[in-house]
Ligand binder design. Structure first.
Ligand SMILES: Cc1cc2nc3c(=O)[nH]c(=O)nc-3n(C[C@H](O)[C@H](O)[C@H](O)COP(=O)(O)OP(=O)(O)OC[C@H]3O[C@@H](n4cnc5c(N)ncnc54)[C@H](O)[C@@H]3O)c2cc1C
Length: 388
């Protein structure tokens, strides 16, 4: 039976302390500088990888730490709580899950130990397309089997960390929609080596925040047939299998952001004196911060519940989605309270508030937008008609 632990175990506290120790070496100036130049936090991610934290969820038999999603979430939450941005590396934790659950033994032995040591980086996940957006089954990138290869053609948009990855997990259509019973069939997942791939073009996009995001173009790109993960045509279902982990981990990013904003807002409101008293004594300043704290604690309980169910191998679709929703909304609420109480200083780059404000906003939209989370809850938790 799953049960929620209300406090961290000794091992979890040690895990958090270890991550914090690394994060201390990468203060606000580090992230701010990279943000201005829109550059990847290579040094930070390398150190985190070498210390084994990004292999937390890889089983020990494949060279990882074999920890649970609760621990994976704790690592990401700690990075964001310390002022950093786990978005630079969080995807590795959930992408490799697809290989672990659906890859062949040979694929797992080939890739997972190298991913665990950092010899190979798997940070890129190519799903979204310009013409399909959230309606994944309508994606138009095709992979056509010809002999011992697949030939890939199409486009992807908003695909992050491609230039910082050796491998990418790609979702493409292998059987056209008019030849399958359900539109969710006929999509396949590939684990492809994107180093020196002919016909593959990556165009970086300058986004609102530093997220190493790109448009991708596939022009008759040939990949070996062994790149296929699991069975051809079952890719959509494999991706769905990984969604709960992704939701719980992204909720953890958001919780770290929310706590960072709240600590920062409390400290500033207690020391900033205007009209002869600390601004935190004004209910108009104090209550939004207190409300954000209430939202964050509630979001954390849902994240912990989802993680406990996930780690016990029990269904957790509703909880994982609700955790992602509550976490993203709590971080946004805390970000607004933090920027408000800082007055003009909230907009000054050197305070990091505006950077974190931009960074936390993403999780209301990606990897799934909060409207679609509500659609999931309406349909699958409450039994209402499908709304889309
Ligand atoms: C910085 C960044 C990084 C990203 N990284 C990746 C990545 O690495 N890999 C990847 O595959 N994708 C990535 N994405 C894409 C992201 O997952 C999508 O942007 C997101 O899923 C929404 O798709 P869309 O942008 O096409 O919006 P659309 O699907 O066009 O939707 C637009 C808006 O309409 C609303 N909407 C749409 N349908 C409904 C509905 N049925 N009911 C109610 N409201 C609805 C939602 O509010 C939604 O936000 C990234 C995006 C960003 C911004």
């Amino acid at each position: 039976m799953a049960s929620i632990e209300l406090s961290l175990t000794e091992e979890q506290r040690a895990l958090r302390a270890g991550v914090l120790e690394i994060c201390k070496r990468y203060p606000g100036e580090y992230w701010r500088d990279l943000d201005t130049r829109r550059e990847y936090p290579d040094k930070f991610v390398t150190e985190l990888t070498e210390a084994g934290y990004l292999a937390a969820l890889i089983p020990q038999e494949y060279g990882g730490a074999g920890l649970g999603i609760r621990e994976g979430g704790l690592i990401l939450e700690t990075i964001n709580y310390s002022g950093g941005n786990a978005g630079a590396c969080h995807a590795q934790m959930y992408i490799m899950g697809t290989v672990l659950r659906h890859g062949s033994e040979a694929q797992k032995r080939e890739y997972l130990p190298k991913i665990a040591t950092g010899a190979l980086r798997l940070q890129a996940f190519g799903v979204t397309e310009p013409n399909s957006g959230s309606d994944t089954t309508k994606l138009q990138t095709t992979a056509v089997r010809t002999g011992d290869r697949y030939v890939v053609n199409g486009q992807k948009i908003f695909i992050s960390r491609v230039l910082q990855s050796d491998l990418m997990l790609l979702l493409a259509r292998t059987t056209s929609v008019d030849r399958v019973k359900r539109k969710t069939d006929g999509l396949s997942v590939f684990l492809i080596d994107i180093r020196d791939l002919k016909g593959f073009e990556v165009r970086p996009l300058r986004m609102m925040m530093n997220h190493s995001t790109n448009a991708l173009f596939f022009d008759n790109v040939e990949i070996p047939a062994e790149s296929l993960i699991g069975e051809e045509g079952k890719g959509f279902h494999y991706i769905l299998d990984g969604m709960n982990a992704e939701r719980i981990l992204v909720a953890s990013d958001s919780l770290g952001d929310a706590r960072w904003f709240i600590d920062k807002a409390v400290a500033y409101s207690n020391q900033r004196v205007v009209f002869g008293h600390p601004i935190g004594a004004n209910q108009g300043v104090q209550f939004p911060i207190a409300r954000a704290h209430v939202s964050t604690d509630a979001a954390q309980l849902m994240r912990d519940k989802a993680a406990a169910l996930f780690d016990a191998g029990q269904p957790c679709g509703g909880e994982a989605n609700m955790a992602k929703y509550l976490g993203a909304e709590a971080a946004w609420e805390a970000g607004n309270a933090c920027i408000d109480c800082h007055g003009g200083y909230g907009y000054a780059e050197e305070y990091d508030v505006e950077r974190k404000f931009r960074e936390c906003r993403l999780y209301k939209t990606a990897p799934v937008n909060n409207n679609l989370v509500l659609a999931y809850v309406g349909e699958h938790v409450l039994g209402m008609p499908r709304s889309y």
